[in-house]
Ligand binder design. Structure first.
Ligand code: SAM
Length: 251
């Protein structure tokens, strides 16, 4: 593992030219899109659904509001918001990856939920929306994959309405050492094997395990959100800190 410089960045434990990360991440999600939902349920024993529901509960979402679910992928979080904002509200599911968006669009159509959902292909670093557009922005398990996280957080701040809130749901650092050890064993021994068996793709799940370790921990992400302009930033650890939900406001 070498330290990334300003021209390089991390892709899991590899250091790569910053300009290449976006296509490497794209390959991962093109490859896993079709089996993504099934892998999530198997890998987390369904617990990812509780993490996502908790995100919704902390959003304070109300009927009629406008929500951006960024890096929305196959649409789990967008589906939860869609039901809450109702017919007078709107959910924009934005993702950089066409394959993930296609799986999401098909799934949400099957659930009868696309009337108040818009699908947009966009990079979190340069969001194609007007200033002050959304009441709520969520990004679930997406920020970790973004090359320039500071630029992405600034872009989210720009498109959030004053009074709005950002929710960042992401893998983080387990609070207890024993949990870290068990989790490391699981991530590096079991996860790539499961990825191979279920999605026929060991490398993408090896990347998942590595990218989680490279992602900023709870306090670092809190500081990054404050630096991007967010106020009253706080976080809540879930499943012992394996995942954390960060929340910040735009005032
Ligand atoms: N939010 C969904 C969920 O919680 O199930 C999907 C999460 S999936 C692990 C990560 C998503 O981030 C992928 O769909 C990927 O295409 C998207 N992504 C990665 N880099 C991105 C970027 N720079 N801008 C927008 N989306 C990005």
């Amino acid at each position: 593992m070498t330290e990334p410089t300003h021209n390089t960045t991390d892709f899991g434990y590899k250091t790569v030219p910053a300009a290449e990360k976006v296509s490497l991440v794209a390959n991962v999600f093109h490859s896993v899109a079709a089996k993504y939902d099934m892998m999530n349920d198997v890998m987390s024993l369904g617990i990812h659904r509780l993490w996502k529901r908790f995100t919704l509960d902390c959003s304070g979402v109300r009927p009629g509001q406008h929500v951006l679910d960024l890096a929305g992928g196959t649409g789990d979080i967008a589906a939860l918001f869609s039901r809450r904002v109702g017919a007078n509200g709107k959910v924009v599911l934005a993702d950089i990856n066409e394959s993930m968006l296609n799986v999401g669009r098909d799934k949400l159509r099957d659930l009868g939920l696309i009337n108040n959902i818009e699908f947009v292909q966009a990079n979190a670093e340069a969001l194609p929306f007007a200033d002050n557009s959304f009441d709520i922005i969520s990004i679930g398990f997406g920020l970790r994959n973004v090359t320039d996280k500071a630029a992405a957080l600034k872009s989210m701040f720009r498109v959030l309405k004053p009074g709005g809130r950002l929710l960042v749901l992401e893998f983080s650092k387990p609070e207890q050492q024993w949990l870290s050890k068990v989790y490391d064993m699981y991530s590096f021994k079991l996860l790539p094997v499961m990825g191979q068996l279920i999605a026929n793709d060991k490398e993408s799940y090896q990347y998942l395990a590595e990218s989680i370790r490279m992602h900023p921990d709870q306090e670092t992400l809190k500081t990054m959100m404050a630096e991007a302009g967010f106020s009253e930033v706080s976080y809540h650890n879930l499943t012992g800190g394996i995942v954390a939900l960060h929340r910040g406001f735009k005032f």
